[in-house]
Design a protein around this ligand. Structure first.
Ligand SMILES: NC(=O)c1ccc[n+]([C@@H]2O[C@H](COP(=O)([O-])OP(=O)(O)OC[C@H]3O[C@@H](n4cnc5c(N)ncnc54)[C@H](OP(=O)(O)O)[C@@H]3O)[C@@H](O)[C@H]2O)c1
Length: 308
């Protein structure tokens, strides 16, 4: 018999991509759960315990995938709200899951400070420096304390197109190139970004898995922001550089920033029996596809594109 799997936070970037791949989720029925109320949709506010209990009573899930979060800048500006969603909201969920529902919880590389100087391992102790990272780390603690059957997936920076066109590093770069705005890229900030399709496959494969513990979902390549910008420009065929290389210390960001959040992905690849997409090829192909699509749409890239 097929079992209900809740996709909580489905309205976001990752949720929309998982939903597109629902066909790959065998033996389960993905139940999309939104936050913003809309007609006919199942909704929940994770910071409200009653709302979660009603959701579980109505759907009797075998597994819940928690994708909820708030933007990093919002967390810094509204720490109480960040705490309510990313710490207490996760505690509420973990307590309801307890021993009866598997919990797959999406966390972040930002539970680390970025000061380690080598790849982070799943058993490294979190040392967050931002409100986002601190509340995410607290949420992780509640998962391992209250849920008995769980997987915590700490995701690296996710690479892909956001169906809403609003979130993510790639959207931000493409938006600036399209508007012909010179944008800053850090030369001293390193990540092991993960391609969205790889992350979706990992999450789906963990639904029916019996792994319990923490996994690091990063890609195979460690790269700085400038490097990612270079690959995108190569794909778009730009002959002029649309970005400015800067150091993190040149930035006036209000959120504390992490220098190197590279994560070791060997355990998740082993557990899920998956390989990772080549990050460089993926970004170049994504840029190339954007350029090709612009030729049949109203979107225009700068005139200095190489492709004709
Ligand atoms: N994107 C990345 O590069 C990245 C990197 C590392 C880790 N992650 C993790 O991956 C997960 C998914 O990220 P994402 O990029 O898909 O985030 P996203 O696009 O911001 O989506 C987050 C979702 O959470 C929902 N939400 C917010 N507050 C809620 C509440 N009180 N109750 C229920 N739902 C609520 C939002 O709904 P509304 O919009 O309707 O409020 C939204 O649908 C998150 O856990 C995030 O920490 C993402």
């Amino acid at each position: 018999m097929k079992r209900n799997v809740l996709l909580i936070g489905v309205g976001g970037f990752l949720g929309q991509h998982i939903l597109k791949n629902a066909g790959h989720c065998h033996e389960c029925i993905l139940v999309p759960v939104f936050h913003t109320p809309m007609s006919g949709a199942t909704t929940v506010d994770v910071s409200d315990n009653r709302s979660i209990e009603n959701l579980f009573a109505a759907t009797n899930p075998a597994c819940a995938i928690n994708l909820t979060c708030l933007p990093v800048a919002v967390c810094e500006q509204h720490p109480d709200t960040a705490y309510a969603v990313q710490a207490i909201g996760v505690k509420n969920l973990a307590q309801v899951c307890a021993s009866t529902c598997r919990l797959i919880h999406l966390s972040s590389d930002m539970v680390f400070s970025g000061r380690k100087g080598s790849y982070y391992l799943p058993n490294d102790v979190p040392d967050p420096i931002s409100v986002y990272g601190k509340t995410k780390a607290e949420g992780e603690g509640y998962v391992s304390q209250y849920a008995q059957n769980y997987a915590i997936i700490r995701s690296a920076l996710i690479l892909g197109r956001d169906p809403r066109g609003t979130r993510g590093f790639i959207e931000w770069m493409l938006g600036n190139v399209n508007k012909r705005v010179i944008f800053p890229l850090f030369s001293d900030q390193y990540r092991t970004p993960i391609v969205i399709d790889d992350l979706v496959s990992m999450i789906i494969s963990l639904i029916n898995d019996d792994f319990i513990g923490t996994l690091h979902a990063g890609g195979d390549q460690r790269i700085n922001r400038v490097g990612m910008g270079q690959w995108l420009c190569e794909g778009l065929g730009l002959t002029e550089i649309p970005y400015e290389e800067i150091m993190m210390s040149d930035s006036e960001s209000r959120s504390p920033m992490q220098k190197d959040l590279s994560m070791d992905n060997s355990l998740i690849k082993y557990v899920c029996n998956l390989t990772c997409t080549d990050t460089k090829k993926y970004i170049i192909a994504l840029g190339r596809r954007e350029y090709e699509e612009s030729r049949t749409s109203t979107k225009t890239w700068p005139n200095h594109c190489l492709h004709q």
